[in-house]
Structure formats: C-alpha cells, structure tokens
Design a protein. Sequence first.
Length: 60
Amino acid sequence: MVSYGREPAFSRKAHAAEAARMTWMDIYVIFGIPAVVLTIACAAVRLNEWDIDRHRPPAE
C-alpha cells in the first residue's frame, strides 16, 4: 500500500493499540515464565524438605 503524507488517525490508533497489546504480551512473558519456574522450584524444595523430615528417625 502506498502512503501519501500522514496516515489517518484511525490507522495510528490501531497501530498504538497493537503496540500496547504486544507490550502486555511481553510483560506476561517476561514476568510470567520466571514466576512459574520459581514457583515450581520452590515447591520442589519444600516437598523435598518435607520428604526428608518425614523419613528422619524421631529425635530421642
């Protein structure tokens, strides 16, 4: 598509909305994936500690 001069306002708004959607998606990826990984890692550590404590002989 050939563009002459300035783009119409509705086109600029559409581009801004699309850029904002990408920004939110980037935020979800940047913060969401590490949050899930950290949650799983913490749960694994807690379950491991619980399992070790469960098999430990009682203190005298």
